[in-house]
Design a protein around this ligand. Sequence first.
Ligand code: URA
Length: 229
Amino acid sequence: MRLNAYLARAGVASRRGADELIKAGRVTVNGELGQLNTFVDGAARVEVDGRAVAPQTLAYVLLHKPAGVVTTARDPQGRPTVVDLVDHASRVVPVGRLDADTTGALLLTNDGELAHRLAHPRYGVEKTYEADVEGEPSDEAIRALAEGIDLDDGPTAPAKAGRLGPSRVELVLHEGRKHQVKRMLAAVGHPVVQLHRSRYGGLTLDGLGPGESRELTGPEVDSLRRLVF
Ligand code: URA
């Protein structure tokens, strides 16, 4: 694997942070200065500032994200992050984002390749959202959500949309644009009051309370991989 991926897997830094360490000449591979295009295998001796580092095993964690927690590794405003919550021995990072006030299913992993693919629009991983909204959306509004909404960054793709209650909407999306659900619902005149993601790529929150997380099972990891490889 590439040296920056190896360092990320070792929990030293993000891939971008690893590139900076490599450029700064702080990384050696088998005694030679590492380069941005250096590839390493399991037998390599990799050192950062003269200290040996080793990749961690791959970890996949599903978190029931509570409200008020940010989906970044560090928050400039000092709010708690999903990474603080998960507190895993490996340096797992979130796949995609949920807004701070959004609750629900969030995957964290140190498997950079899988994370990259799951978040990539090309693979259209399915995400199910439940939104409590202002007012009571009409059949027409639900149809518009399903057919596509003209947002300022382009029309949304066809989606599944339905009503779970008079002011409660379920949306199944294969896209993941910034604030997409809130923008779609605002566009049909029903701003979101509370947003929850109930499913991500087939994973549900069964048995997980807000703030709780668990490791994925082997078959769950396999089925995520099948979605994008
Ligand atoms: N859409 C939103 O508007 N917010 C989220 O957190 C996720 C999807």
